[in-house]
Design a protein around this ligand. Structure first.
Ligand code: AMP
Length: 554
């Protein structure tokens, strides 16, 4: 048994890089460096043999020599029910690959001798729906971790901001998060009540196919075009996997250099021919202007939505995510929003805000549970002042933290919104539409109901298909909606045709969807188990645990 006190760890499971953090004895969130002595670990897995995998920096480098055995950007596949990666005769789903990344992060922390990583909070992009969140949770379980909560990345960044930055109370903050593979932009309201730390998501938008990798790809395309124009060759140099790897690897390095230097030169060699390509910051900005523009359009959209919800003033603009280091991002975002919002966008703990905020979210969770434990299930905010004081004294003894630290954590209230709309197929003027029962950007927990008539007499079940979309109206077109999964409601079999059945969708703070039905004729509640298609069953999880039972080697 370890005598290390039980802690909760925050994990930023990123598309390109991941990080793990904990709360130290001074109540500060700290990143744990990995066994390569780095604060972030590439989210890359190399299947070295049937028994061994390598995760991180060496895996990333191995893509040059063993490209077919290396997998990266797996977070972009979380929504793809069909996707899998095959290596060494086995096939791996996104959550299995993610589990290996989580095992490396947790394992490295344990190796320091100062941590025993069991309970974790894992972050995910705000716009992840039920399926992707469940898969993220499954990844944690497969890694042998106890997933206390899945927290939205912008919420984690806002917690890190709200609890650490003086004078953040009462502020409306926009978090612009451009990572390696995903972009999201979120308006967060930090409450002004001095008695509690209320952090509420107002609205959020994102694109999970837009991130630093797309900027790298533009550099690669530029190198190829310049090579062809300088040498007169029309060879498809990317068809050679080693050259393609080199170009992609160098493109990321050059991109980072261009964040500090006006221009770089890159030698491109293929089949004995050579070109020396110069790339300036300005040219790089031009090559990627449309990508930057996409992030600005989503930022406009989220600001518009915030305005509709009564947020007319934004007080802080936070740039989060490694890709916000690119000068063209800062320049364009500043150009556009400095005058319109009257604030200067600032970099905010770019690589670490999310993992640190997740660790803080974990601490809030554990201390809030302890309050419930002490008070027989009550929340801190609902206690009388003497009860609050008694609970605080008890917690000081239990945790060794100060009263102020505990108070700041247990009086934190997080309020999220639905990040997708959830609906069912209905007919509108004879045309099929998706009737949304839960509408994106509604504060959670939330629920929505709709009454339907049974099709024919004596039906013994209703087979319901749940759809998901990004529309904010009550009706969405079929072609912008995706099937999420199904649920079967058992009926008594003695109802007439068109008997009313009320279907209710409930979405909780964790983004989990539950479905219930009401047979209005008999006043009988009918339940049905709903699971997003693509989420592993208990048996599949057991098999997957064996599948990922590989040795992670340094
Ligand atoms: P994140 O997902 O927040 O860890 O961001 C990772 C992305 O940030 C990757 O695409 C990196 O290439 C990119 N990145 C990291 N440092 C820099 C830098 N100095 N300049 C430009 N991009 C960077």
């Amino acid at each position: 048994m370890s005598n290390v006190p039980r802690k909760i760890y925050g994990i930023d499971l990123g598309t390109t890089y991941s990080a793990i953090a904990f709360i130290d004895e001074y109540d500060k969130a700290q990143i744990i460096t990995n066994s390569d002595n780095e604060r972030i670990t590439p989210s890359v897995v190399f299947f070295e043999s049937e028994e061994n995998v390598i995760v991180g920096k060496i895996a990333k480098e191995s893509a040059k020599t063993d490209p077919s055995e290396v997998v990266d950007f797996v977070k972009r596949q979380m929504s793809d029910k069909e996707w899998s990666f095959s290596a060494k005769g086995k096939s791996y789903k996104p959550e299995e690959i993610s589990a290996l990344i989580l095992r490396r992060l947790a394992g490295d922390a344990v190796k320091t001798g100062e941590h025993d990583v069991k309970d974790v909070v894992i972050t995910c992009p705000a716009y992840f729906g039920d399926l992707e969140r469940e898969r993220t949770r499954t990844a944690g379980e497969l890694a042998g971790l106890n997933v206390i909560a899945i927290v939205d990345e912008p919420v984690a960044a806002a917690i890190n901001y709200g609890l650490n930055v003086e004078g953040s109370k009462g502020k409306n903050v926009i978090v612009y998060d451009l990572g390696g593979g995903t972009f999201d932009v979120t308006v967060v309201k930090i409450g002004s009540d001095p008695k509690k730390n209320e952090i509420s998501i107002v609205c959020t938008e994102g694109n999970h196919q837009l991130g630093g990798k797309d900027w790298d790809d533009r550099i690669v395309q530029h190198y190829v075009a310049e090579f062809q124009s300088q040498t007169g060759s029309s060879a498809d140099i990317l068809s050679d996997s080693e050259t393609a790897y080199d170009l992609r690897f160098n493109a990321e390095t050059d991109k980072k250099t261009l964040s500090n230097k006006e221009s770089i030169k890159r030698k491109v060699v293929f089949e004995g021919e050579k070109a020396v390509v110069e790339l300036t910051q300005e040219k790089f900005g031009e090559l990627t202007a449309d990508l930057t523009e996409q992030t600005l359009a989503l930022t406009d959209k989220v600001l518009e939505q915030a305005k509709e919800k009564g947020i007319t003033k934004i007080d802080a603009f936070l740039l989060v995510g490694g890709s916000t280091r690119m000068p063209q991002i800062k320049v364009k975002v500043t150009e556009k929003y400095q005058s319109s919002l009257g604030i200067v966008p600032v970099e905010f703990d770019v690589d670490e805000a999310v993992a640190k905020g997740a660790a803080k979210a974990g601490e809030i969770n554990i201390l809030s549970d302890a309050v419930k434990d002490i008070t027989g299930g009550k929340e801190f905010g609902n206690l009388s002042e003497p009860e609050q004081n008694a609970a605080l004294i008890e917690l000081v003894v239990r945790t060794g933290k100060t009263e102020d630290e505990i108070k700041a954590a247990v009086s934190t209230v997080l309020k999220m919104v639905a990040t997708k709309s959830y609906g069912i197929r209905a007919l509108k003027a004879g045309q099929p539409v998706i009737r949304n029962l839960i509408i994106k950007q509604t504060p959670v927990p939330t629920q929505g109901s709709q009454t339907f008539g049974t099709a024919g007499p004596n039906a013994d079940e209703i087979d319901l298909v749940v759809y998901v979309n990004n529309e904010t109206d009550s009706d969405a077109a079929l072609d912008v909606s995706e099937e999420l999964g199904g649920a079967v409601f058992a009926l008594d079999g003695n109802l007439p045709a068109k008997a009313p059945i009320e279907i209710t969708f409930e979405l909780d703070e964790q983004g989990q969807l539950r479905l219930t039905g009401l047979d209005k004729t008999h006043g009988k509640v009918i339940t049905a188990e709903f699971k997003s298609e693509g989420v592993m069953t208990a048996e599949e999880k057991e098999r997957a645990k064996e599948n990922v039972d590989l040795t992670i080697v340094d």
